[in-house]
Design a protein around this ligand. Structure first.
Ligand code: K7E
Ligand code: CUA
Length: 653
């Protein structure tokens, strides 16, 4: 529980602050400063714990956070980047939706092209349901190079390059109707894993729900990541057909379990709902059985199987390993898991799997050694209706520990600690996955979903911090109307017992998951490395306009404008075209000074491009509207920023 002792005496405050080394850090900052701090604490009614929290989370101006939290941006279809422990929001990265400040999807050809990759069934999609960001890994450890994120609603994966924190690619998955066990990476980012959630037909055709068992399917796609190209290679990717259970979260094995992937499921009942038809609602139908199935998948072997066309079918242009091939080749096994499970999390050494059931108060710990042995000995209790062998529960499970109500997701610490979120109980359980002993529980506010511990799902977790991604905030913040802010609660896990440090309201929801990486593992660029750099190709563009080379060239009805931006002017400043001309604007920010970003906007033409130092972009549009249109710089870049403008004149044809 959180202490609520109020300070009665300035002297006590003094002593506590001294205990934190506060005055030492002040370095002679003036007489009476300590007394002021004590007075402030007293006036604000801060407890000793409050002061400790403030000191632990405060990052002085000019200093940096120790960790970065890469968070899902929820329905925004974007990614948020926070500093930890300050919880300062550093960036919002446009992924599945336009991001106006970065000019993502607002005129620049390259970013339009990326967003266009995310169209589904020939429709633009104006949102995403982003759940799980996944940092790229090398040998099971974050390497700080790439970040992937899923869109559950419209099964897609976004690829972000962490040199410039920009989205480079979106891949869609036409075989799925939705995804959820995504994005997760294999230990060297060989593959980005995407498991389906709600079953559908793989070929995208209509099928009656009466034919659910026959026609509906789940699936898991292994997207091949080409690290040199920085892109997913769809042609070298493959999908494995699965029964129409609702596949849920996934994780990749590492160490001894390297080469395997694990996916939870619910609705092995194959309920199809239909309250209106007198059927039990989905929630009841899917919770009828005591056990669902953990999917155990040999992706390393599957990759080889997929190389032989005799083993696969092509469905909607993608390579599919049918379920019977997966069974025959020993790619797919099931293990019973308690009632409506949610998270499956592989321990740092890869030797165990922690599974939590939403409706079961236990964490169930599976042993990889036991699973491997059971597979080798064909220690099966039978098969499911689709012929998938079911490993005996007792042959795979090392033990269970009662954690509390509604355990969901688990993260790890450096010394055998496991941190599991308890959704119903609104708490975090800290326990030891080696000894199966409960260590401590900390209440959070309220109804926690995922947890993000520092490097907490890698092979070498750091400890130190844990973020509780809470579902409800209720009374934690000033009311801003009936839709409440979402709450990231920062927890200190460095000491004997966990301490709640800070409530960080985030203005958009619902984020689901985040990963926390040591900041010094990242080496982002401060400017683009050379003038004329195209972030689409991550190379210098031959076409990029250079200083002294600015010009306008007409080629029939196409007008090419080669423009530069520098504090505080564009060159050229006048663009005169005829109605109906196609305008191709090549613009380079020729500066190399850190943070000397220029925007380039054309009024009423829905164009806003961000040009970071060195960057070049191409904007293409048809000058279909007649009139006078100022273009101007949208970043306050200099004293004469307002003067950084020009005119686009479109005359009637
Ligand atoms: Cu539990 Cu999508 Cu990972 Cu929400 S999921 S919490
Ligand atoms: Cu450039 Cu303002």
């Amino acid at each position: 529980m959180i202490g609520k002792h109020r300070w009665k005496l300035g002297a006590t405050a003094f002593a506590v602050l001294a205990g934190f080394g506060y005055f030492a850090a002040c370095g002679g900052g003036g007489q009476g400063q300590g007394a002021d701090v004590g007075q402030i604490a007293q006036d604000r009614g801060l407890s000793q714990e409050d002061i400790a929290r403030a000191v632990k989370t405060y990052v002085p101006t000019g200093q940096m956070d120790e960790y970065l939290l890469m968070s899902s941006g929820g329905h925004s279809g974007q990614v948020m980047v926070f500093g930890v422990p300050s919880m300062r929001l550093l960036k919002v990265i446009g992924v599945f939706t336009p991001e106006p400040w970065q000019g993502y999807g607002l005129g620049a050809e390259e970013t339009h092209a990326v967003l266009d990759q995310g169209r589904m069934l020939e429709k633009d999609i104006g949102w995403g349901d982003t759940h799980h960001p996944a940092l790229s890994e090398t040998e099971g450890d974050y390497d700080g190079e790439y970040l992937f994120i899923n869109d559950k609603a419209n099964p897609r994966i976004g690829v972000i390059d962490l040199r410039d924190f920009e989205t480079k690619q979106i891949v869609t998955d036409p075989l799925l109707t939705s995804n959820h066990g995504a994005a997760f990476v294999t230990p060297n980012t060989e593959y980005v894993v995407e498991g389906s959630q709600y079953a559908g037909t793989l070929d995208g055709t209509h099928a009656s729900l009466d034919d659910y068992e026959e026609r509906y399917r789940g699936a898991v796609t292994f997207f091949k990541f080409d690290r040199d190209a920085g892109r997913i290679d769809v042609d070298r990717s493959f999908t494995i057909e699965l029964p129409p259970y609702a596949q849920d979260l996934s994780d990749a094995g590492k160490g001894p379990s390297h080469g395997w992937a694990f996916i939870n499921s619910f609705n092995t009942e194959m309920a199809t709902g239909g309250i209106g038809k007198g059927n039990p609602p989905f929630e009841a139908g899917t919770a009828a059985n005591d056990m669902d199935y953990l999917h155990v998948i040999n992706w390393e072997k599957a990759a080889k199987v997929a190389e032989n066309p005799e083993n696969t079918r092509t469905v909607q242009g993608r390579t599919l390993i049918p379920i019977d091939v997966a069974i025959e080749q020993g790619l797919l096994y099931f293990i019973p898991e308690p009632k409506s499970p949610h998270g499956v999390d592989v321990t740092p050494d890869g030797s165990k799997l922690v599974i939590s059931g939403k409706l079961d108060p236990h964490a169930t710990v599976y042993s990889w050694e036991m699973i491997e042995e059971a597979i080798a000995n064909e220690d099966f209790s039978g098969t499911d209706p689709y012929g998938v062998p079911i490993i005996n529960f007792d042959s795979a499970v090392e033990g269970q520990l009662e954690l509390g109500l509604g355990p969901l997701h688990t993260q790890f610490g450096p010394n055998g600690e496991a941190y599991t979120s308890l959704f119903i109980e609104s708490a975090v359980a800290k326990w030891n996955y080696e000894t199966l002993e409960m260590i401590e529980k900390l209440p959070v506010h309220y109804n926690v979903g995922h947890l993000a511990a520092a490097e907490g799902d890698t092979r070498s977790p750091d400890g130190n911090y844990l973020v509780s991604l809470n579902k409800w905030a209720i009374d934690r913040f000033q009311s801003v109307g009936p839709l409440h802010p979402q709450n990231f609660q920062l927890i200190d896990t460095s000491g004997e017992s966990m301490q709640l440090l800070y409530d960080a309201a985030i203005g958009i929801g619902e984020p689901h998951y985040a990963q926390m990486i040591k900041a010094d593992k990242l080496s982002p660029w401060n400017t683009y490395p050379e003038v004329g750099f195209d972030p689409g190709t991550m190379a210098v563009s031959e076409e990029a306009p250079r200083a002294g080379d600015e010009r306008i060239e007409r080629d029939g009805n196409t007008v090419h404008v080669y423009m530069t931006a520098v504090r505080s002017h564009f060159n050229p400043e006048h663009i005169e075209v005829n109605q109906g001309d196609e305008v191709v604007l090549h613009v380079t920010n020729v500066e190399q000074a850190r943070d000397a970003t220029h925007g380039f906007a054309i009024n009423k033409y829905n164009v806003n491009v961000s040009l970071e130092p060195g960057e070049t972009q191409t904007v293409r549009f048809t000058a279909d509207r007649v009139g006078t249109f100022p273009f101007y710089c949208t970043e306050f870049c200099s004293a004469l920023h307002l003067e950084m403008m020009g005119y686009l004149l479109v005359q009637p044809s």
